[in-house]
Design a protein around this ligand. Structure first.
Ligand SMILES: Nc1ncnc2c1ncn2[C@@H]1O[C@H](COP(=O)(O)OP(=O)(O)O)[C@@H](O)[C@H]1O
Ligand SMILES: [Mg+2]
Length: 168
C-alpha cells in the first residue's frame, strides 16, 4: 500500500499525471472517497497527461463519458446506482474489452464486476485535519498486472514527492 499526500487540487492533478506513463490498454482505476475528495480532479490530471484536450467534468448525471487520448479514457461515476443490474446496464463488460483506460469513481459497488487486476485508490480528506486542502491517496495495486508494477508505482510518487516544494 502506497500513501501519497497533496495539499492542493493542482497537486492532485500532478499526482495523477505522474501515473500516466504506467498506464496500459485495459487498465482499470477504482477511485473512492467522500464527495469533494478529489476523485474527479484525479481523473482530470490523468486525462490531461493522456493528451485529452476536452474538459473532463464530473459524470455524475451522465454516469459515463469517453475521451480520446494516447489511450481512450472511459470515466464512470456509479455512486448513485444501488444495484448491480444498473451497473451492468452501463455496458461495463464492453468497456473493459475496449483496450482503453477506465476510471471509476465511487466504484466499490462494481468490484464484483471488475477484472482481477485494478488499481484501487482511496482518497481521504483533511489529513492533517487542520489543513482543509490536504488529501491522502491510499494506493493499492490489485492483481498480478498491477502488483508487477508496484516498484514503478512507488518510484513515480517517491520522485514526485521529492520534487515538491513544501507547500504542495
Ligand atoms: N488536495 C486536493 N486534491 C483535490 N481536490 C482538492 C484538494 N484540495 C481542495 N480540493 C478541492 O476539492 C474539490 C474536489 O472535487 P472533485 O474532484 O469533484 O471531488 P469528487 O470527484 O471526489 O467528488 C475541488 O473543489 C477541489 O478544488
Ligand atoms: Mg467526482
Amino acid at each position: 500500500m502506497l500513501h501519497v499526500r497533496t495539499r492542493s487540487v493542482e497537486a492532485t492533478r500532478q499526482v495523477a499525471a505522474a501515473l500516466e506513463p504506467l498506464l496500459r490498454p485495459g487498465d482499470v482505476i477504482l477511485l473512492s472517497g467522500d464527495l469533494g475528495a478529489g476523485k474527479t480532479a484525479f481523473v482530470q490530471g490523468l486525462a490531461a497527461a493522456l493528451g485529452v484536450t476536452e474538459q473532463v467534468t464530473s459524470p455524475t448525471f451522465t454516469l459515463a463519458a469517453s475521451y480520446e487520448g494516447r489511450l481512450r479514457l472511459h470515466h464512470l461515476d456509479v455512486y448513485r446506482l444501488d444495484n448491480l443490474a444498473e451497473v451492468l446496464d452501463l455496458d461495463l463488460p464492453e468497456l473493459l474489452e475496449d483496450h482503453a483506460a477506465i476510471c471509476i469513481e465511487w466504484g466499490e459497488v462494481v468490484v464484483p464486476e471488475l477484472p482481477r487486476d485494478f488499481l484501487r485508490i482511496r482518497i481521504q480528506l483533511g489529513h492533517p485535519e487542520d489543513i482543509e486542502d490536504a488529501r491522502v491517496f491510499e494506493i493499492e495495486p490489485i492483481g498480478p498486472s498491477w502488483v508487477s508494477r508496484s516498484a514503478e508505482l512507488t518510484l513515480v510518487w517517491t520522485q514526485w514527492t521529492a520534487n515538491q516544494s513544501g507547500d504542495l
